[in-house]
Design a protein around this ligand. Structure first.
Ligand code: NAD
Ligand code: WQD
Length: 342
């Protein structure tokens, strides 16, 4: 029997890839997810990849009583990885309370439960969104956070503050926030991947759906930015590389290698890639004739951001390994599988 990890949001995009990596590293996993943005069939596919079906419980972590009873019934949990959250930036502007309630209450309920039942380690999904448009690039962990552009982004900043303050008065608890840059791609098996509901907001799902003929044409939002080709720049990180960073973070906590009881790390590749570069790379590696047009900038978008990953590389001993080419191919293979394209 391995050590047991609670993975909240474990049937979601990043969570499902992390469950696979945890199981392949010998951990036992119990997933909690309310399936508000994922499907139960993901469990079958995790089992196909790893040969192990993770335990699963469906409930809403924003419910304090249900979260408490869960911990009461699972006294063997040694650590938590908390992915469960709402993540649609635009929707959060329309429904701020729904976002604050879901994302903040679920974190606080988990911290309460951990304190009450003696679970000492937590890894949390934060985001590069906490940096806004930085004055200096690349961003290090010391780069000051900026006021969030959206309620969603603010839930990440406030969650980090909650973790920091909780850690201060609970010295036996150890917490890590991972600030993800832009996660893309899918498991090489093409059995798990990103399943956006409705019209995708994010670039890569929009590209793969356009390539699959589900969408007519990709719109590139803005080519008048202050960047070499005029399109915006991001740090696109392969989801399997990102998943592995969680296993490393959990091991760091369980082996007592953390330097403070609240730490935070940038998790990116360290490379800035423009939207146009990404589109051209996709076309090159897949051979698909992707239709695209340039349109105006999207409101709320930042111009450019990429990570300085030296602190994460050194402290965690973790580094992104996959190339952009193989990552985009993995995204396309996933899209083809779910659409039944050969
Ligand atoms: P996702 O929507 O695929 O996964 C989140 C999962 O959490 C879903 O399965 C959903 O059903 C579940 N969930 C949401 N609220 C819940 C609740 N109250 N109780 C139980 N389950 C609940 O999202 P993802 O892309 O895998 O993101 C995972 C985490 O990483 C989120 O916290 C997100 O904010 C963060 N993040 C994502 C990105 C990104 O671009 N995908 C970037 C930075 C940070
Ligand atoms: C990337 C670039 C778009 C779609 C969002 C959240 C952020 C984080 C990751 C969670 C931008 C351009 C996109 C399209 C395009 N999530 N684009 N045409 O905006 O960097 O970050 O997801 O924490 O908080 O804000 O990612 O994939 O939406 O966009 O030209 O159809 O692609 O304008 O420059 P973004 P994205």
């Amino acid at each position: 029997m391995g050590k047991k990890i609670l993975v909240t949001g474990g049937t979601g995009y990043i969570g499902s890839h992390t469950v696979v990596e945890l199981q392949e590293s010998g951990f036992d996993v119990v997933i909690v997810d309310n399936l508000s943005n994922s499907r139960i069939e993901v469990l079958d596919n995790i089992e196909k990849i790893t040969g192990i079906r993770p335990e699963f419980e469906k409930f809403d972590l924003a419910d304090a009583d249900l979260t408490d009873s869960f911990f009461q019934n699972h006294k063997d949990i040694e650590a938590v990885i908390h992915f469960a959250a709402f993540k649609a930036v635009g929707e959060s502007v329309e429904k701020p309370l729904m976002y604050y309630r879901n994302n903040l209450n679920s974190l606080m309920n988990l911290l309460d439960g951990m304190g009450r039942y003696g679970v000492k380690h937590l890894v949390f999904s934060s985001s590069c969104t906490v940096y806004g448009q930085p004055d200096k690039l690349p961003v290090t962990e010391q780069t000051p956070r900026k006021e969030a552009e959206s309620p969603y982004g603010n839930t990440k900043a406030v969650s980090e503050d909650i973790m920091r303050d909780f850690a201060k008065v609970n010295p036996e608890q150890n917490l890590i926030a991972l600030r993800y840059f832009n996660p893309i791609g899918a498991h090489p098996s093409a059995l798990i991947g990103e399943l956006p509901v409705g019209v995708p907001n994010n670039l890569v799902p929009y590209i793969t759906q356009t390539a699959a003929g589900v969408r007519e044409e990709l719109s590139i939002f803005g080519d008048d930015y202050d960047t070499p080709d005029g399109t915006a720049i991001r740090d696109f990180i392969n989801v399997v590389d990102l998943a592995k960073a969680h296993v490393v973070a959990i091991n760091r906590l369980m082996n007592g290698r953390n330097k403070n009881n609240y730490e935070y790390f940038n998790v990116g590749t360290g490379e800035g890639v423009s939207v146009m570069q990404l589109v051209k790379t996709f076309i090159k590696v897949t051979g698909v004739n992707l239709k695209y047009k340039i349109v105006g900038r999207r409101e709320g978008d930042i111009e450019k951001i990429w990570a300085d990953t030296s602190y994460a590389n050194k402290e965690l001993g973790w580094k992104a390994e996959k190339t952009l080419e193989e990552t985009l191919l993995s995204a396309w293979n996933w899209e083809k599988r779910i659409r039944g394209i050969e």
